[in-house]
Design a protein around this ligand. Structure first.
Ligand SMILES: [Zn+2]
Length: 270
């Protein structure tokens, strides 16, 4: 599933072809992904100029000069194909730019989505209204986490996956950040100290930034806009490494929390 770093690298990849460009043609090859495409999508986007690209949580943002932003989510298997040599079966939405670039949104499993939202009030748009701060933005601080965690007995890992606490953090990155900051994933959130949270926040940023720099990590269905696969997966320290040695000499363990695998080192994380 594309995570925040993959969405960020996708947005950066698309920006090279879209920013400042006028959209000449939008083609929909079916009526819906997870939900129907907006009925006015083709009309709004055709002829619009892309003023900027952005990202909020795991959503990509294509801002236009029509005060509307096209918001896309890659779901489980979505990816943008840049200048595809030939159409593929699951190219559900295809954009052709004024300079002739072709960009195809391919989503075999169709858990993704495309919406239009008013640019000026994007922060209060439905799916964004309740989101917590961006993990790479200034809003995420140890104090912010301390406030949200106060009195909570839920495990810290579960709390970090709550999009209202931090936006866009996924399972892999939470496991890795908790390892780097030496915090047990099953520790009650309310009992994690401020100094520990002061280590956790930079650890979250590091893990995400390294992954973005590496071009987004790869799990099964994801490909970068260029079509190349990422390779950051090989540098995870605990995720997917059950039974393998930790740097400390201990062994990486796995257990299931909230239906998802948690990987950690019992010697390093207290
Ligand atoms: Zn260890």
């Amino acid at each position: 599933m594309p995570e925040l770093p993959e969405v960020e690298t996708t947005v950066r990849g698309l920006a090279r072809y879209l920013e400042g460009e006028r959209i000449a043609r939008v083609t929909l090859n079916r009526a819906d992904l997870r939900r129907p495409f907006p009925p006015d999508l083709v009309q709004v986007m055709t002829g619009a100029r892309v003023t900027a690209m952005g990202r909020r949580a795991k959503y990509g943002l294509i801002h236009t000069d029509r005060d509307q932003t096209m918001v896309f989510h890659l779901g489980m298997s979505g990816r943008w194909r840049i200048e595809p040599e030939k159409p593929e079966k699951h190219d559900h939405l295809v954009i052709e730019t004024g300079s002739g670039h072709i960009l195809a949104l391919n989503d075999a499993r169709r858990f993704g989505s495309v919406d239009l939202a008013p640019t000026a009030t994007l922060d209060s748009w439905g799916p964004f209204a309740a989101l917590g701060p961006e993990p790479l933005g200034e809003g995420l601080t140890a104090a912010h986490l301390k406030t949200h965690f106060a009195g909570r007995i839920a495990p810290i890992k579960q709390m970090l996956l709550d999009q209202q606490v931090v936006a866009g953090l996924g399972n892999i990155y939470v496991c890795e950040a908790l390892f780097r900051s030496a915090i047990r994933p099953d520790k009650e959130a309310g009992r994690v100290t401020l100094p520990a949270l002061e280590k956790l926040v930079p650890a979250i940023r590091e893990v995400l930034s390294e992954s973005i720099a590496a071009g987004g990590s790869t799990i099964r269905d994801y490909a970068q806009p260029s079509g190349e696969l990422g390779y950051f997966a090989t540098s995870w320290q605990v995720y997917g490494r059950e039974g393998q040695p930790c740097l400390c000499g201990g062994t990486v363990r796995r257990f299931v929390q909230g239906g998802r695998s948690t990987f950690w080192c019992p010697k390093c994380q207290k």
